[in-house]
Design a protein around this ligand. Structure first.
Ligand SMILES: Cc1cc2nc3c(=O)[nH]c(=O)nc-3n(C[C@H](O)[C@H](O)[C@H](O)COP(=O)(O)OP(=O)(O)OC[C@H]3O[C@@H](n4cnc5c(N)ncnc54)[C@H](O)[C@@H]3O)c2cc1C
Length: 379
């Protein structure tokens, strides 16, 4: 790595760190009106909802992975990672090995969650690297008879549904540390999903963690073993899948901005979604402390608010803080798929919908890929 240097072309109108759900949609929304630079270690946007299916049907990833060059043609993309944010700019480690310091008139942090490994979200590389990973993973699932899924949140549950559909005949054990699966939605929705999985042979172990014998959580392709749970169950496995939740990827804030991080590492924001005390600095999506389920579903509203506030602030810097975002606090709405033909949808104000055909229509069949392709201007 060379010494840090300031790129003479680094000053941009809007500088976005992170091109996931929040950053890519915001970049798309702003780039017709103002110059936008996007920094992301990947060269593509990937629809996160498609990942559980991509892992067993790698061809599904073809349309779920969209190169930034196609999805954000008016945006300047720098492939790199923000490593430290200071009051004078952001230090970025470029994938070329160089370092640079960037500044924007407006800066947006949208760096999302970090997971135990690259299973559900790639952390570096190209779309081709990601597609090859999915191919290798699907082969590994096909070769595995006993599969242990660690974590009974939506991701673990959806992956169990995908394996049941695309690679039937495996013995699947789902280990959940809490008293029920799907803690983010209602007990009724969780009961329906449990019944579906158990009736198809999935064993669900609640209130249990892995005491010993787990695979290396950092390596999604780690080898076989025998796990012992805190409840004393011995489970031989060919493949262990870590689907434990993510944590906010905000390490770059620690040196200069630790005062705005809450105890969980999330960034405190104002109702207008700027970082508390820093009017030109926004934080969106999984990394901010807005009190709502961390879901793409809600992030769309944050992106609309930020887009309007940024355009207003650029037009008239004296205009005041802009419009507030209305958080979806305690909204348990959630769509959980169980393969391509089943699932549950819990909608606030409507209740639980378990008609497979309906859940398939709204999510399971397409995993929202067409929705994101359309939002990013692709067919
Ligand atoms: C497998 C899976 C399935 C999901 N299913 C659903 C669902 O069905 N419905 C739903 O509503 N939500 C779902 N979610 C949650 C949803 O995807 C997240 O809440 C959402 O993606 C968060 O958006 P974000 O923009 O904050 O972060 P992300 O979309 O994670 O994007 C973060 C981006 O920042 C980049 N980045 C990370 N660190 C840095 C850095 N230091 N510098 C620069 N760039 C960086 C990453 O490469 C990434 O592109 C799912 C999540 C996963 C992982």
């Amino acid at each position: 790595m060379t010494h840090a240097m300031t790129d003479p072309n680094s000053a941009t109108t809007v500088l976005i760190y992170g091109g996931g759900v929040a950053g890519a949609l915001l970049a798309r929304g702003l780039s017709d009106a103002v110059p936008v630079t996007l920094v992301d270690p990947l060269d593509y946007f990937e629809v996160p909802m498609a990942a559980p299916r991509n892992l067993v049907q790698p061809a599904f990833a073809e349309r779920a992975i969209m190169p930034f060059a196609e999805a954000l043609p008016k945006v300047r993309h720098l492939q790199g990672r923000l490593t430290e944010l200071s009051p004078t700019g952001g230090l970025v480690a470029l994938s070329s090995g160089r370092e640079t310091t960037l500044r924007g008139q407006i800066t947006v942090l949208a760096t999302g969650s970090q997971y135990a490994n690259d299973l559900m979200r790639g952390t570096a590389g190209t779309g081709d690297t990601r597609r090859r990973f999915y191919e290798r993973y699907a082969q590994r699932v096909a070769q595995s008879r006993n599969i242990v899924i660690v974590g009974g949140g939506p991701i673990g549950v959806e992956l169990a549904g995908e394996i049941l559909e695309s690679a039937p005949g495996r013995k699947i054990t789902l280990v959940e540390a809490g008293p029920r699966i799907l803690a983010g939605t209602t007990p009724e929705a969780a009961r329906h999903v449990s019944r579906f999985l158990v009736s198809r042979g999935v064993e669900i172990l609640l209130d249990q963690t892995l005491a010993e014998g787990g695979s290396d959580p950092g390596d999604p392709l780690a080898g076989a073993g025998t796990a012992v749970t805190s409840g004393g169950r011995r489970i031989p496995y060919d493949l262990m899948v870590w689907c434990t939740g993510g944590r906010p990827g905000t390490g770059y804030m620690r040196r200069h901005f630790s005062s705005v991080l809450n105890e969980r590492g999330r960034i405190s924001v104002t109702p207008e979604l700027t970082v508390a005390g820093h009017p030109g600095l926004y934080a969106l999506g999984d990394i901010n402390d807005v009190d709502e389920n961390k879901m793409a579903w809600h992030i769309a509203g944050q992106v609309d608010t930020a887009c309007a506030n940024i355009l207003k602030a650029l037009k008239d810097p004296a205009a005041g803080p802009g419009r507030p975002y209305r958080p979806q606090t305690n909204n348990p709405s959630m769509a959980v798929t169980l393969g391509s033909k089943a699932g549950v949808l819990y909608l606030q104000g409507v209740g639980l919908v378990t008609w497979g055909w309906f859940v398939s229509l709204v999510k399971s069949r397409h995993m929202l890929v067409p929705k994101y392709r359309k939002a990013l201007g692709l067919k």
